[in-house]
Design a protein around this ligand. Structure first.
Ligand code: SF4
Ligand code: SF4
Length: 379
């Protein structure tokens, strides 16, 4: 099998096909510190793409509560178990990927979820990591008792396991934007992609008998608009755009800035080896660095420090990228911060939006002489 470079692992790895990066790669950053699990993203996607027959159980976008939440149930625990020991030597992954752990004659490890595994999409919601006892008080920081929300969509991976698994070559990665799609005419529903995807983000339609997955709202993206799940995000946790490999990163590209410049956004289970293109700002309140490192890789402590530094007002550029999240329904390709404002631009350099880094506080005078009334500020 060819050797390809996976920058998230800091090394080469084996993959079925030669390295073929798209002209540009659509990607996003989700700030887990701001997600409130309102599931608006989930329902926005559901009503747009999966309201048909056979799609009832499908959630191309779902939001899990970690550590216990998972959809399908225990997807992450099962894949981690199959993978065997995982360790990092600094920023270089020393364990095996899902491709390298495969048995002879196979291309990857994987498992096919049972139908019952999809029965409880909100399983584990708001469940903390431990049982509260008298000596475990939540006033401590970081908390001993914690949970956090993890919104998930297909990662439109650079090395998609689903794609290499398909015996019909029905799955393809678009060269123009890296979006991974299933050709609905070629697919015969063998479900090899369901078995292979370590994130379990391909779904089988029992009515049409073919497989389906997130299409990253490509009709919107082609016209320069955000996807449905991004533009409806209530918590404004999502930065959407295009992510470059590290050697081509641009400082004024919001996604590149978060991933490569500040390194505050990290891939989900990078040890799987697919080089996922949805990144996460890890939660700053979680006390278990071991758990966070397992989920987001070895950059967790550095990312949390960088994020805290921005929240304390010491990094206006990072704050600027974050306040631009979902401030417009258009894709922001470039940003700049100046004079207390963050500016977002489209791919032609036209200004799309400007947002203050700090919202002004307006206190109304108690007496309004125009109406001759007194008002109270009650909020
Ligand atoms: S997350 Fe799964 S379905 Fe999506 S591209 Fe990666 S391997 Fe394929
Ligand atoms: S809409 Fe945004 S805040 Fe609400 S659950 Fe989805 S990602 Fe979280």
């Amino acid at each position: 099998m060819p050797n390809v470079y996976n920058w998230q692992l800091g090394r080469e790895m084996t993959y079925r096909f030669e390295e073929a990066r798209p002209q540009r790669q659509a990607g996003a950053v989700f700030d887990t510190n701001k997600c409130i699990a309102c599931q608006t993203c989930t329902m926005a996607c559901k009503t747009t793409w999966t309201s048909g027959k056979g799609q009832e159980y499908m959630f191309w976008n779902n939001v899990e509560t970690k550590p216990w939440g998972s959809y399908p149930v225990a997807w992450d625990a099962q894949v981690l178990d199959l993978l065997g020991p995982q360790s990092w030597d600094g920023d270089v992954y020393a364990g095996k990927t899902i491709f390298e752990a495969a048995e002879q004659g196979e291309y990857h490890i994987g498992y096919l979820p049972e139908d019952i595994d999809y029965a409880g999409p909100n399983r584990g919601e708001d469940e903390i990591n431990t049982i509260l006892t008298e000596d475990k008080y939540y006033l401590r920081f970081p908390h001993d008792a914690w949970f956090f929300y993890l919104p998930r969509i297909c990662n439109h991976c650079t090395y998609p396991a689903c794609l290499q698994a398909c015996p019909r070559t029905a799955i393809y990665k678009r060269p123009e934007d890296g979006i991974v799609l299933i050709d609905q005419v070629r697919c015969r529903g063998y479900r090899e992609c369901l078995k292979a995807c370590p994130y379990k983000k391909v779904y089988y339609n029992h009515v049409t008998r073919i497989s389906e997955k997130c299409v990253l709202c490509y009709p919107a993206v082609e016209r320069g608009f955000l996807t449905r799940c991004m533009r409806t995000c209530i918590g404004k946790i999502r930065t959407f755009g295009f992510v470059s490999p590290p050697d081509k990163a641009r400082e004024d590209n919001p996604v590149d800035f978060l991933v490569h410049v500040r390194k505050v956004a990290l891939p989900l289970f990078p040890q799987f080896g697919t080089e996922p293109n949805i990144y996460y700002i890890p939660p700053i309140h979680v006390s278990s660095m071991a758990f966070l490192t397992m989920v987001f890789g070895p950059g967790v402590e550095r990312a949390i420090q960088t994020y805290r530094n921005a929240m304390e007002g010491n990094d206006p550029e990072l704050l600027g990228v974050l306040v631009l999240n979902v401030s417009t329904d258009r894709i922001i390709h470039r940003f700049r911060v100046a004079d207390g404002l963050a500016y977002g631009y489209d791919d032609q350099g036209e200004e799309l939006v400007r947002v203050p880094l700090k919202e002004p506080t307006i206190v109304r005078p108690a007496f309004d002489p125009s109406l001759s009334v007194y008002r109270y500020n009650v909020t």
